[in-house]
Design a protein around this ligand. Structure first.
Ligand code: PLP
Length: 396
């Protein structure tokens, strides 16, 4: 048997040779759009804090007040003594936003997905999943030990063909998709998937991690086309546009009751700290009271795609597919030289051969900087030209 050290070293060598060895970089977020990294102040286009609410004064004040009143941690699972009173308020607010009967807050989005799916389906059942769905939807599907069949990205005909063949052999079926795809920024065809789910008696589940707060008037991807699509399982996270941490599911009262009784990541994990719950409530206040502000990340992303002649952004996320991991890293370094922080996204986060720059736009990115970023991308990344002699020095 090989030693643990040998195993780890050999694996890391493989990752190095493929330009896939990831390393943590100290990053101090200075405010909504600035980050301090490698000793430089960079304008970040890699943060999911789309509404810059993590530092919003009302959000921070709510978190501080909750921390002082209820303490730093919740102290136990919510089913034991961890269910501080702020949870009920947040769950009511989420259910109202998503127009469902009820909601359940989890410790994180990852915990939500890995708890919800195995609570609803098991070895006798079928999970159809978009091939580009987030890793934690996949993890939930695998944990359920169901038959898991991927369908080609947003390909309704493929999903239908799989249902036609496989649905009759399974007792229950669930269709899982991102609402806004995390690495591509496109929207799932939720209305058509809902119709398909209805036809084949399957349950549709959307992961709206990147939709809540910023698409569909802040209500998320189920509302993106101006009408409410009936998605019975609307999951999401509080860690992106909401600016804090935590996950949730919005669904019917019966489903939420069942989840609280069956989802292992809910039952056997400590309740979210009070400060995070209070912060999320305050963030929802901002989103509901300032719809024009909540619309800004998409406006900014669209300005960027217009500058570059890319397909119009559907969400605050814009990918620029570069191909190989090494090329994506080089493009990211080049942008860093120009004062922009745009992280290269590599396999296994995205499929092999589709390494990319992933631009995330926030409400507070100035238009002039978006124009300059687009200019640099067009002149330097897309053509791979040598550095300009006089690059403006952000963060000098
Ligand atoms: C689509 C999607 N789902 C779920 C998650 C996990 O959420 P969390 O960070 O709250 O665990 C993320 C990101 O992290 C995501 O992008």
């Amino acid at each position: 048997m090989r030693s643990l050290e040998e195993f780890a070293t050999a694996k890391l060598g493989e990752l190095d040779r493929a330009s896939l060895h990831r390393r943590l970089a100290d990053t101090t977020r200075l405010d909504g759009i600035w980050a301090l990294r490698n000793g430089r102040r960079l304008m970040s286009f890699s943060c999911n804090d789309y509404l810059n609410l993590s530092r919003h004064p009302a959000v921070a004040a709510a978190a501080i007040a909750a921390l002082e009143r209820h303490g730093a941690g919740s102290g136990a699972s919510r089913l034991v003594t961890g269910n501080h009173p702020l949870f009920a308020e947040l769950e009511a607010r989420l259910a109202r936003l998503k127009d469902t009967q009820a909601a359940c807050v989890f410790g994180s989005g990852y915990l939500a997905n890995t708890g919800i799916i195995p609570a609803l389906v098991g070895p006798e059942d079928l999970v159809l999943i978009d091939e580009l769905a987030h890793a934690c939807l996949w993890a939930g599907a695998r944990l359920a030990r169901a038959t898991v069949l991927p369908f080609r990205h947003s390909d309704l005909a493929h999903a239908q063909a799989l249902l036609e063949t496989h649905r009759p052999r399974h007792e229950r079926a669930l269709i899982a998709t991102d609402g806004v795809f995390s690495m591509d920024g496109d929207l799932a065809p939720l209305a058509a998937l809902a119709a398909l789910a209805q036809r084949y008696d399957a349950w549709l589940m959307s992961d709206d991690a990147h939709g809540i707060g910023v698409v569909g008037g802040g209500r998320g991807s189920s509302f993106a086309q101006g009408v409410r699509v009936d998605v019975p399982l609307q999951m999401g996270t509080l860690s992106k546009a909401i600016g804090g941490y935590g996950g949730y599911l919005c669904a019917s009262a019966a489903v939420i009751d069942l989840i609280r009784n069956r989802a292992r990541t809910f039952i056997y994990s400590t309740g979210l700290p009070p400060a995070m719950v209070a912060a999320a409530i305050a963030a929802l206040d901002v989103i509901e009271q300032e719809p024009d502000y909540a619309a800004l990340p998409l406006v900014k992303a669209r300005a960027f795609t217009r500058h570059l002649g890319l397909p119009e952004a559907q969400s605050p996320i814009v990918p620029l597919i570069v191909g190989e991991a090494e090329a994506a890293l080089a493009a990211s370094r080049l942008l860093e030289d120009e004062g922009f922080l745009v992280i290269a996204i590599r396999p296994p986060t995205v499929p092999a051969g589709t390494a990319r720059l992933r631009f995330a736009f926030t409400a507070q990115h100035p238009d002039a900087d978006i124009a300059r970023l687009a200019h640099v991308v067009r002149d330097r990344v897309l053509t791979n030209q040598p550095p300009a002699a006089t690059a403006p020095a952000y963060g000098a």
